[in-house]
Design a protein around this ligand. Structure first.
Ligand SMILES: [Zn+2]
Length: 149
């Protein structure tokens, strides 16, 4: 699945451009390649957090990391994978398996007065097709699980 952020003001280097292409985390726009800085900076922060956590617990190496990312989070899983591999280099997380769990988005529909599931950003309420939605979950990034030795 390939998706692009529709609210670029909220997410740094991610842009939605007609005809944009992405290969292994590298975006190609009008023939100009630009790295997915958004996912790279997220990866660096994530690896920092994993290293800090594992070090504090006295572990020497991290062998697997599972991240949960919301479907509205503006994070492209393929770009995150590439950024993660880069960010791991030279750290105790190098070579760790990265698992990514997508967290489905939920919103409170003010028209229906109930919580509904959203497949993607910009979707209307599946019940009433309204747009009076308050996002509850789906924008998060979390470290769900770490395997260490
Ligand atoms: Zn509704």
């Amino acid at each position: 699945m390939v998706s692009y952020c529709r609210e670029s003001a909220n997410c740094g280097g991610v842009r939605e451009v007609d005809g944009v292409r992405e290969v292994d985390g590298v975006r190609e726009v009008d023939g100009i390649r630009e790295y997915a800085m958004h996912e790279l900076s997220i990866s660096l922060n994530t690896v920092d957090a994993v290293v800090e956590h594992a070090t504090r617990q006295g572990f020497k190496r991290v062998t697997a990391v599972t991240l949960g990312i919301g479907t509205l989070s503006c994070i492209e899983p393929q770009a995150l994978q590439t950024g993660f591999e880069f960010a791991c280099r030279g750290t105790m997380v190098e070579g760790a398996m990265l698992g990514i769990d997508m967290i489905s988005a939920r919103a409170w529909c003010q028209s229906c007065q109930q919580s509904v599931t959203l497949a993607a950003r910009g979707m209307c309420c599946p019940n009433c097709q309204g747009y009076q939605l308050v996002i509850e979950t789906g924008e998060e990034l979390m470290i769900k699980h770490i395997e260490v030795e």
